[in-house]
Design a protein around this ligand. Sequence first.
Ligand code: FE2
Length: 312
Amino acid sequence: MNGKHVTEVHGFTSETGWLDPLRSGEISRSFCESLEDGTILFIPTLPCEMARQDLEFLHSLEQSDTATHKNISYRPKEDILHGFSASKPEEEKRMHRIMRTYSRGVVAMLGKLLFHYADKWSLDYASYRPYEEENRKLPLHKRHDLVHTDAFPSRPTRGGLILRCFTNINSHQPRVWLTTERFPSLARRYAEEVGLSKIIARQASPLHRVWKNLKGIAGLPAAPQTAYDLFMRRFHDYLKENHDFQSHSEKFVTDFPPHSTWITFTDIVPHAVLSGRYALEQTFIVPVDALFDPAKSPVRVLEEIAGQSLIS
Ligand SMILES: [Fe+2]
């Protein structure tokens, strides 16, 4: 494994946690603080035991119609599998079991590794990505090979950070990422061009407030998208549209080897996937107040630029 801003985790095993439990609080805190600075934590193993037959099953999906297996996701809170259809019911059961095992394995591992966050985070979806990322033909805003920060259009975080754990389950090939400078400096450079002021003005407009109040009176949920969510979604698209940024900004290549795991805040760390297939992923939403230094969160960085709250 090579790469800039990547820290390898030593002295930790998924099964037993820290080899030196007396220092676990101190070490865990230092990893949380590294993540808040935009570091990628690297662990050279799978997060949990995965049977060889299960890995082979996951690899076999590549040979079938990948279009039907494009967005395989698992919702751990409800224990529901989405986006996977198989002719044999036992295959669906197997896929469900594998995703459940992976999700629980990651939660257990991060519960030890980053335990300062563990009682505050919200467990989001897990997913399986069976396709080869190199030379995929996707619309511009959906391309993974263009550097971007993550934002979920259908699941606004309202200021929460997106913490993701990825595992390369490919037995032979690395998964190759590209990263660049972190969110705070990009935000300071591009926020106005992206339209931060316009987004704030639109959210504060009398028409928007009337609409919000009417929804409240009607008993409907208020608009879930805050100015922060709208900005982050626009920022994701803006970076992908910005040819000059994609072509000329300083980039760092990182190879994540077979059967390794890495963790990062994907809204602090702009990233692209250049190549690799067969990756599992589990997402957590971490509230700003759970951070050791909330000032490093994207929402606080943007609020400092804007001079006002973006999540009220
Ligand atoms: Fe991403």
